[in-house]
Ligand binder design. Structure first.
Ligand SMILES: [Fe+2]
Length: 394
C-alpha cells in the first residue's frame, strides 16, 4: 500500500534496493549481463534519469505485481550474482571500484530500511484502528528530561565535512573551513512538554512566529499539532509504531516540519543551529558501543526516548533527526560521483534543509558526525525534531 506520494510500499523498497545493485554493479561489471526482468528496470528505478524511464512515484501503490514472493526471488538472484562477481579475481583497481559501489549500495539499502519504517508508520496512521507494527521492548523507568541547559562554544575558523578513505556520501565532501561566531546549543532535544507549551500559547495561531511559506502551509494543511498527535477527551495521544499511546511529555518532540521547528525557536527567543555549528559540536559517534539503549533502530523501540536531566551535551545522535537552519547546498569544491550515480545526492540541492544526527529508526552503523540528511521544509513523516541554538551576547 502507498498512503501518500512521499511514501512507498514496502515491496517497492525491497525491489528498488536490489535494482540499485543490479543497475550500478551487475549491468556494469558482470560478464554477459542480462537484466533479471526487463520491466523491473523501469518499475524500480526511483529517479535516475540517466538510467532511463522511471515508473511514476505517485503510482507505486498500484503495483500489485510482481508479488512479494517474486520480489524476494529477485533479491536472492541479485545477491547471488553480486556474490559471484565479488569472488572473481580482478587485475588492477577494478575490484576496488566494484567494492566502493557495493558499499554505496549497502548504505543506500540502510536508508531504505529506515524509510520502510517511516512509510509503514504513515500508512498505519491512516487506519482508525491504529494498528501496532511492533510493541517496544519492556523496561526502562520513568525519566525526567529536566530543564536542559546550554553548552557554549567559541566558534572561530573550524573544519567540517568528511575526509579520508572511509565511506561517506559525496555530499559530505570535501572537508573545508568555515567561520562560526560564538554560539550556544541546548544540551538536549526539545521535548513534547515544551512543544505543548508553545501550542498552549497559541503557537499555531500566531502568524508573527512563522515564515511566510510556513504560515501558508499551516493554513493549507490545517496544522494544529505535530503529525500523529491526536487529542482524545482532553488528553494528547501520539500514534507510534507500537500503536496509539498517551503522549510522554519527556520524550523529544517528533514529526515536526522545519517550519514548526523554526516557529518554536522564534517563540522561545532562540533559533535552530546551523549545520556547521551542529557538526563542530558533535563528538564522533562511538561505533563500538552497544546500541540497545533505545536511541537507534537496533533497540527495536522505533520511537524517540526521553533522557534523565542532561547536565552536558546529550542526544546528539539517534532519537530524532535534528532540523538545522542550513539549506541543503553543495560544500565548496563539491563533486558529485561520476556518471549516473552523480544523481544520488547532488540534484536535490534546492529547496531542502539539512538534518543531522539520525533517528530511532536509523541503524547506528549508518551514522557519523558529517552525515547530511535533507528534506523539504514541510516534511513531517520522518522522525524529525530539533534542538535549539542561540547567539552568545557580547
Ligand atoms: Fe533509493
Amino acid at each position: 500500500m502507498q498512503s501518500m506520494p512521499d511514501a512507498s510500499p514496502t515491496r517497492w523498497h525491497l525491489a528498488h534496493t536490489s535494482w540499485f545493485f543490479e543497475t550500478f554493479v551487475l549491468a556494469r561489471w558482470e560478464a554477459n549481463y542480462r537484466p533479471a526482468n526487463d520491466a523491473f528496470q523501469v518499475l524500480f528505478n526511483s529517479y535516475y534519469n540517466g538510467v532511463g524511464e522511471a515508473f511514476p512515484r505517485t503510482r507505486r501503490g498500484l503495483l500489485t505485481r510482481p508479488t512479494v514472493a517474486e520480489v524476494f526471488e529477485y533479491r536472492h538472484a541479485v545477491d547471488e550474482r553480486i556474490a559471484r562477481l565479488l569472488s572473481l579475481e580482478r587485475p588492477g583497481d577494478g575490484s576496488q571500484e566494484i567494492a566502493s559501489v557495493v558499499e554505496l549500495g549497502i548504505n543506500h539499502e540502510q536508508q531504505h530500511q529506515e524509510l520502510m519504517l517511516t512509510d509503514l508508520k504513515h500508512a498505519f496512521s491512516c487506519n482508525p484502528l491504529f494498528p501496532a507494527y511492533r510493541q517496544p521492548p519492556a523496561g526502562g523507568s520513568p525519566r525526567n528530561a529536566g530543564a536542559g541547559g546550554w553548552s557554549s562554544f567559541d566558534g572561530g575558523v573550524v573544519e567540517i565535512g568528511h575526509a579520508g578513505r572511509t565511506f561517506a556520501f559525496d555530499n559530505e565532501r570535501p572537508r573545508h573551513k568555515t567561520f562560526l561566531e560564538p554560539y550556544e546549543l541546548q544540551n538536549r532535544l526539545t521535548t513534547n512538554r515544551e512543544f505543548l507549551e508553545f501550542m498552549n500559547d497559541g503557537g499555531y495561531r500566531r502568524p508573527e512566529l512563522w515564515l511566510s511559506l510556513g504560515w501558508s502551509t499551516l493554513r493549507e494543511q490545517h496544522w494544529a499539532a505535530p503529525l500523529y498527535w491526536i487529542e482524545r477527551e482532553g488528553n494528547w495521544h501520539e500514534f507510534s509504531l507500537g500503536g496509539l499511546r498517551r503522549l510522554d511529555l519527556d520524550e523529544p518532540a517528533c514529526h515536526v516540519s522545519y517550519f514548526e521547528a523554526d516557529a518554536f525557536a522564534r517563540w522561545s527567543g532562540a533559533r535552530l543551529p546551523t549545520e556547521p555549528e551542529w557538526e563542530h559540536t558533535a563528538p564522533p559517534l562511538d561505533h563500538s558501543a552497544s546500541f540497545t539503549d533505545g536511541r537507534f533502530v537496533e533497540s527495536g523501540r522505533y520511537h524517540p526516548a526521553p533522557i534523565d536531566g542532561a547536565t552536558g551535551l546529550a542526544q546528539m545522535y539517534g532519537d530524532v533527526w535534528q532540523w538545522t537552519a542550513s539549506p541543503y547546498a553543495p560544500y565548496p569544491g563539491y563533486a558529485p560521483l561520476p556518471g549516473t550515480l552523480g544523481e544520488y545526492n547532488g540534484k536535490f540541492m534546492c529547496n531542502q534543509y539539512v538534518l543531522r544526527g539520525g533517528s530511532c529508526t536509523s541503524p547506528a552503523s549508518h551514522l557519523r558526525a558529517t552525515y547530511r540528511n535533507f528534506f523539504p521544509p514541510d516534511a513531517r513523516w520522518q522522525f524529525t525534531g530539533f534542538r535549539l541554538a542561540r547567539d552568545v551576547k557580547r
